[in-house]
Ligand binder design. Structure first.
Ligand SMILES: [Zn+2]
Length: 474
């Protein structure tokens, strides 16, 4: 019989996560053949890999529940400080720039951006990345992401978004939101299904495929109904943007006379197989419908704060809605997003007592695992997958440590993440992504973006008031 491959994470403060979190001082976590085998004070058996977690918190690996790989960096530094057209989201303002990137970047440039994105996501604490890709499937750009999941060893959950044309989700032109041709949206859903049928469960079970309708304003009702049917048939979930901006709410209201949440409820779309991202513009009746149907919400504080607004967070927790946490398209430091979920949540709730660091961390681990229907993720308990993070708590910014969870959420940053493991194998080791040479990659990413921004400047499609090269006092 083959012997198990054993990894031991030694002498950390272990927060087990899961439905009943425990905090264990000076403990060893033993992972055998990819699963948590034991948590004990002093493991004496054999080990193929030993990781020192002295002075550190050992927690379940974070689940980044909503990102768009390869998209962020095209608008990095462009989309910040940008006035958002009334009713719009930031991406409407840089829609033409994002689309130019898809049209003009060469495959090697796009691959460099996507690898850089993966590096940031992994250094930001994610061990599972839930990705929605708005790219035409025939361009094959999603295969770059699939190759990164395979090579870098993280856990991937991927959906091909439909409609799959950037123009169809809207952009600002002459001060107004305009939308382009959505193309064959049902056909794009079918492409997502084909990807599911060929790839779901591959890469040793690390890759899962879900369905990714963009939103209730951009996807025809018959396609939403078909999505729901296919989810039930295959036992998978669908992931969409919901109540993201006022323009979406107005479009759905004009078409149906209902709020986006009420509309999805009334067509039978909501339920425990649905993850809805942002869910910003909702009232108490909408929140009650989400709670009643067991729909999961994905909360993105940093993204929303950059648009000068906040989404409900504590309001959902208080009403029993399950919440996951995500970075969306901006900084992928998930610890920063946990911090902002708490700090901005306190401003919204009007109470210093809510939401708490413990609540936010539960959302980014067990909450997201629940949304995915994965009781084997988001916890360090025997039988769970060996996905975890080791975060140093012994620096002057963080120590002395009274409560390790508050210490991490309020005082640490992604730079304090020493190691992450997936199935017991290192994905980040000593603060570096295993398998990516950042020094070699950095100039390629900068050159690709410089070329894109120059082109955008020449064609006069940078947002109003933005110049390239950037001015010193913009
Ligand atoms: Zn998004």
């Amino acid at each position: 019989m083959a012997t198990a491959n054993v990894t031991v994470v030694r002498n950390g403060t272990v927060w087990t996560g899961g439905p009943k979190p425990r905090l264990l001082a000076n403990s060893d976590v033993v992972i055998a053949d990819g699963r948590i085998a034991a948590i004990e004070p002093s493991y004496r058996g054999r080990a193929d890999l030993e990781i020192d977690a002295g002075g550190a918190l050992v927690a379940p690996g974070l689940i980044n529940a909503h990102v768009h790989p390869g998209a962020s960096h095209r608008a990095r530094g462009v989309a910040e400080d940008l006035s958002v057209t009334e009713g719009a989201a930031f991406y409407h303002g840089v829609g033409r720039l994002l689309a130019l990137g898809l049209d003009e970047l060469r495959p090697d440039e796009f691959a460099a951006l996507m690898e850089w994105d993966a590096a940031e996501l992994l250094l930001g604490g994610a061990t599972t990345i839930i990705a929605e890709m708005i790219v035409p499937v025939e361009a094959g750009l999603h295969t770059i992401w699939l190759n990164l999941i395979e090579r870098l060893g993280f856990r991937g959950q991927l959906g091909l978004t439909y409609p799959n044309k950037l123009g169809a989700i809207g952009r600002v032109q002459d001060g107004k939101i305009v939308t382009g041709d959505a193309g064959d949206v049902m056909g794009a859903l079918e492409a997502g299904l084909r990807l599911h049928d060929t790839h779901d469960g591959t890469l040793g079970g690390r890759l899962r495929i879900h369905l990714s309708p963009h939103g209730p304003d951009t996807v025809p009702e018959e396609v939403l109904r078909a999505t729901k049917r296919h989810c039930a048939e295959r036992g998978i979930h669908a992931h969409l943007h919901l109540a993201q901006h006022l323009s979406e709410c107005e479009t759905v209201m004009a078409r149906t006379g209902k709020s986006p949440v009420r509309y999805l409820h009334d067509i039978g779309f909501l339920g425990p197989d649905i993850m809805a991202t942002h869910v910003t513009h909702v009232d108490d009746a909408d929140i009650a419908l989400l709670a009643e149907t067991g729909t999961h919400v994905v909360h993105c504080s940093y993204r929303k704060a950059k648009e000068g607004i906040t989404s409900p967070f504590w309001e959902f927790l208080e009403k029993g809605v399950n919440v996951a946490i995500a970075t969306d398209s901006f900084s992928h430091d998930l610890i920063l997003d946990l911090k902002l979920a708490c700090l901005l949540g306190k401003i919204r709730s009007g109470s210093v007592g809510h939401p708490t660091a413990h609540q936010a961390l539960v959302c980014a681990t067990h909450g997201a695992a629940r949304a995915l229907g994965r009781p084997d993720l988001g916890s360090i308990e025997p039988g769970a997958r060996g996905d975890l993070m080791v975060v140093a708590l012994d620096t002057p910014f963080i120590a002395p440590v009274f409560d390790p969870i508050r210490a991490m959420v309020y005082h640490a940053t992604a730079r304090d993440i020493r190691h992450t493991l997936v199935d017991g194998q290192p994905v980040v080791r000593d603060g570096k992504v295993v398998g990516i040479d950042l020094d070699a990659l950095r100039p390629k990413v900068q050159a690709a973006c410089n070329r894109l921004w120059s082109l955008a400047s020449d064609r006069n499609i940078l947002p109003a008031g933005v110049t390239y090269p950037a001015s010193c006092c913009g």
